[in-house]
Design a binder for this molecule. Sequence first.
Ligand code: BES
Ligand code: MN
Ligand code: ZN
Length: 495
Amino acid sequence: MEIIFSPTPEEKGVLVLPVCSKKTLPTSSAMYDTQTYGHLSKAMDAANFSGKTDEVLRLYAPAGTNYSQIVLVGIGDTSTLTLQKFEEIGGTIFKTVQKETSIVVDFSDIQKIKNLKSFEWSAHLAAGLELRSFKFLKYKTKNTQHLESKLKNVTFKIAEDSLAQAIFSQLKAVTEGVFLTRTLVSEPPNVIYPESMGDIAKTLSKIGLKVEVYSKKDVERLGMGGLVAVGQGSAKEPKLIVIQWMNGPKDQKPVALVGKGVTFDTGGISIKPAANMEHMKYDMGGSGVVIGLMKTLALRKAKVNVVGVMAMAENMPSGTAYKPADILTTMSGQTIEVQNTDAEGRLILADALWYAQDRFKPQVMVDLATLTGAVGVALGDQHAGLMSNNHELAAKLLKAGDDVNEPMWRLPLTENYDKCMDSDVADMKNISAGAGAGTITAGQFLQRFVNDTPWAHIDIAFMAWDKKGNKPLCEKGATGYGVRLLNKYIKDSFE
Ligand code: BES
Ligand code: MN
Ligand code: ZN
């Protein structure tokens, strides 16, 4: 699919026009109404189309124009439009016309969108369309016709075409990061495992990222008892992947991003029930966000210093697996009594967080993890759970999430919750039986490994994968949630 901006698009294929609320036609849409002898107004009346956001109306073979179809898209009240809403409208356009080969989108005459420049919202409209176009059909060898998109040429009509193109190129870097994340999260666990994830990370060195992959021996030497234990039941050895993008000022301390990368979570010896266990292929979603975001930063040559640390392991039951009652010594020196091998994410993050702050002395550290089922009980699939030891960092992240429509809700961390993780025989245990608040107590556990670094933890267990297929910017499946949020946070706070 090729997306371009042009002041004078060729009149062919399908024309997409906006309609504001109460059937109000912007100037260019009104012009086509006249040109087609009032077809647009008549069709809107006949179909009871009012111009609300998300409404679409398809007119075939309109007279008076070379276009084969005109598609009307409701954009609602223009005074409430935001860049986010333009992206969603772009998503709706893709969904509606994906079976066409060529479309021209003429939103050129929408008036009065306060504080927004037309080349800016046009670029976001295009970015939304592209974000919605991701499909994962790689393993379907038959009958894919009805699933595939046919869209080849997309032209946005706009006078300031080069300004729109410039912003779109920046947004495209973000989209490509999101697509990498979605691809990795969609891939099955026989394809994505710690080593293959490392190999994929290494391919990013060609766009300027510095990538290191540490083997099981290396992480043993570093004293990462948590990461080693979680990986030891699997035939696939655990890895620690470190990606650096140091394109900012020499004296700028980096931002550290840490991702949970459990490429399959069976639960281990505390094995999960069979039903729905296949979902646990996306338990590497946090590391998927980290790698996608690092790609975005490199593609858009961001002037910042950012490091990504991904703790990769497969959690399996076997004769070599770690067990309930095992006591692990982490890189921090702190010991953990294992009470449930299914609470494995926090064990690998304990080492990754400690390593990230110890090696890079970051100014802030953010981890992403599909960490608890409990976050779905608390927030469903509408918000990720945010926990932090720093109000300013939490506020900035919440704002970034709201700005790109990847919302989060902050949950508390307190000393009393922290106590729930104390163990009788070690420094802490890995579950807090009977205490409730499973998302928070997991957050408290992680906090014990961040030292005094300003840190935030984002539990994306119910955001990484969409089961319903009613989100505006992605299909059912991997969402890439988190890439756009952190990109926005980094852009607004450090560039
Ligand atoms: N990977 C799971 C959490 C999860 C659940 C992610 C559902 C996505 C969807 C995690 O490793 C896990 O098993 N957590 C346990 C923790 C419990 C044993 C304290 C959970 O949430 O049940
Ligand atoms: Mn688990
Ligand atoms: Zn897990």
